[in-house]
Design a binder for this molecule. Structure first.
Ligand SMILES: Nc1nc2c(c(=O)[nH]1)N[C@H]1C(S)=C(S)[C@@H](COP(=O)(O)OP(=O)(O)OC[C@H]3O[C@@H](n4cnc5c(N)ncnc54)[C@H](O)[C@@H]3O)O[C@H]1N2
Ligand code: MOO
Length: 441
């Protein structure tokens, strides 16, 4: 007789099985591949950023003292000694009483300490004659109409980050703006946490690949693609996907290959009470048990040739719910990602639920907060969270409506859901407006 365990116990057992995968060395990735990865150590700026003092505006680099009295009525006219573009090289020092045309990002010449934007000069532009292309920048003098104080429109070296300072913290989930900072600091690679390498194997003689024609008795394999996608979203990398029919020798060969090529094997199907339960037959070191949840009751966990294996039931909704509830957070934690926060929502309509099994119903969050007349009239105090599980959501709950039925073959209905609605095992009746915990999909 299969063991029967509650959901939280099985979640703990999964986390424990996978804990051995935590100590994997970091790897270095090129910046182009860094988004979505988790930083494996603090990253320090090798030099100051900006690297050198440069102009914040297109205009004229000057000594602030030379333009201190400038106004439209009493402009200061300075000779233009040359031009500095945002280009390689060091500009010549600025002689007192002169100005140089300077472009945004160009190095400030030694001796200059302010930039007068071109709009604050007599012509208001580098190119007073719009018919001239390229701009004629031959003017020998500039008429400064406004004073600029010391440091105005000057970007100091190191004003963004000082040399040696931490620019990205260990554990950061790298997004484009982090990549930008690393790139600006001149870093071509970043140290990141290694991703868990996962093999996904679906079982069943009836399965055929999506995209292929399906004959009588055949169904398109929904689980391989769905579980592979789930693994990737949870920070893992899929190193192998395969299907096996119900032939025990073939299944054993496929599973053996999967175990040799991955840190973790996920299977679906072949674990209930049928006559062809190849997963059970091929995995002698896996404990098969009944977890008190629906869908996703028949579960197994253990090892094959030392590699951790989780076996999910084959019904497509069951396989997906199994991943979300039992494996997602454990996988995310191994990759350095935070758990997906559960939150609370208020039921838009009442429901009944069978006793003794925690139900994970498919739900859709309501954009208007679920303020249906029934929901708002009902008392909103029913505590429905499972023991030991505190939804992280705070503040007013969203509304949630149940979509589709409880059947674990209703894969299209599940596509209309954005959360799983968690109804504890001991709850059989919930009124409209009752607060429930929901798991974001
Ligand atoms: N006598 C009993 N029968 C069943 C029980 C039980 O306790 N006693 N449990 C039921 C529950 S609950 C589930 S869940 C399933 C689990 O069955 P298996 O894990 O052995 O899965 P299969 O039998 O291989 O398939 C079940 C169902 O799902 C379809 N399937 C499987 N894999 C895929 C896939 N990759 N893509 C799309 N569809 C898939 C398969 O065709 C079957 O319809 O057992 C119940 N039975
Ligand atoms: O427990 Mo099964 O996973 O309901 O469909």
């Amino acid at each position: 007789m299969a063991q029967r365990v509650d959901v939280d116990q099985h979640r703990r057992d999964v986390a424990e099985l996978l804990a051995g995968l935590a100590a994997r060395p970091a790897e270095r990735v090129a910046l182009a591949d860094a988004a979505g990865r988790v930083l494996a150590g603090d990253v320090r700026a090798p030099g100051p950023l900006p690297r050198f003092r440069n102009s914040q505006m297109d205009g004229y680099a000057v000594r602030a003292a030379d333009v201190a009295g400038a106004s439209p009525d009493a402009p200061v006219v300075l000779p233009v000694a040359g031009e500095v573009a945002a280009a390689p090289g060091d500009p010549a020092p600025l002689a007192p009483g002169t100005a140089v045309r300077i472009m945004t990002g160009a190095a400030i010449p030694e001796g200059a300490d302010a930039v007068v934007p071109v709009e604050d000069t007599g012509t208001g532009t580098f190119n007073p004659d719009p018919s001239m292309r390229p701009a004629d920048r031959s003017a020998t003098h500039v008429t400064v109409l406004r004073p600029r104080g010391t440091g105005e429109f000057v970007r100091e070296a190191g004003s963004d980050v000082a040399a040696g300072a931490v620019v990205l913290r260990s554990g950061t989930l790298l997004a484009p703006h982090h990549v930008a900072a690393a790139a600006a600091c001149g870093l071509g690679e970043l140290p990141v946490r290694a991703r868990i390498r996962v093999a996904v194997v679906s079982t069943g003689s009836e399965l055929v690949a999506p995209g292929e024609p399906a004959g009588p008795g055949q169904v398109w394999d929904a689980n391989t693609a769905a579980l592979a996608a789930a693994v990737r979203v949870a920070g893992g990398v899929v190193v192998l996907t395969d299907r096996t029919d119900d032939d025990p020798a073939g299944a054993a060969a496929v599973l053996g290959r999967a175990a040799r090529s991955a840190d973790l094997v996920l299977t679906s199907g072949g674990v209930s009470q049928g006559a062809y339960e190849v997963v059970k037959d091929a995995l002698p070191d896996v404990v098969f048990r009944s977890v008190a949840m629906q869908p996703g009751g028949p579960q197994g966990l253990g090892r094959l040739d030392g590699t951790p294996v989780l076996t999910f039931p084959g019904n497509p909704v069951s396989a997906q719910v199994s991943f979300v509830v039992l494996a997602r957070d454990a996988l995310r934690e191994l990759g350095g990602l935070p758990p997906v926060r559960r939150r609370t929502a208020r039921l838009a309509a009442g429901l009944t639920s069978p006793a003794g099994r925690r139900q994970l119903l498919r739900g859709r969050l309501l954009p208007d907060g679920g303020a249906s007349p029934r929901a708002s009239a009902a008392p909103a105090t029913t505590p429905t969270r499972a023991a030991g599980e505190h939804a992280a959501g705070v503040g007013p709950s969203a509304g949630v409506e149940i979509v589709g039925g409880p059947g674990s073959h209703l894969v299209a209905s599940m596509a209309a859901a954005d959360v799983l609605v968690d109804v504890p095992a001991d709850v059989t009746d919930l009124a409209a407006g009752a607060e429930v915990t929901v798991w974001p999909l």
